[in-house]
Design a protein around this ligand. Structure first.
Ligand code: SF4
Ligand code: SF4
Length: 93
């Protein structure tokens, strides 16, 4: 079972989501689960709330980030930007 650890309700965050959705059709991310330390920054900052921490730990013992609603990803790249360890690559399609 995945757990979402943060939801942003800031008006600027919602405005960003609307603006990006208007210009970007769809996105995808590649998460390096074994390098992830489970800090949750990407989960909390994803404006589309498509990320969560996994129930299972990776080989280093961390619950890693995973995309639970990939169809909602807008390809904004916020998760890749905020990840302190560069574990995420974002694609637009
Ligand atoms: S690119 Fe990352 S932050 Fe943006 S919607 Fe997709 S998963 Fe969320
Ligand atoms: S920000 Fe990076 S290290 Fe932190 S949970 Fe997300 S992918 Fe993992």
């Amino acid at each position: 079972m995945n757990q979402t650890i943060g939801k942003c309700i800031h008006p600027l965050h919602k405005a960003l989501l609307g603006a990006v959705r208007a210009t970007v059709r769809c996105g995808a991310v590649d998460i390096d689960a074994e390098r992830c330390k489970g800090c949750g920054l990407c989960v909390g900052w994803c404006p589309a709330q498509t990320l969560a921490l996994s129930a299972e730990a990776n080989l280093r013992g961390y619950r890693h980030s995973t995309q639970v609603r990939p169809r909602d990803c807008i390809g904004c790249g916020t998760c890749a930007t905020v990840c302190p360890d560069g574990c995420i690559t974002c694609y637009r399609k």
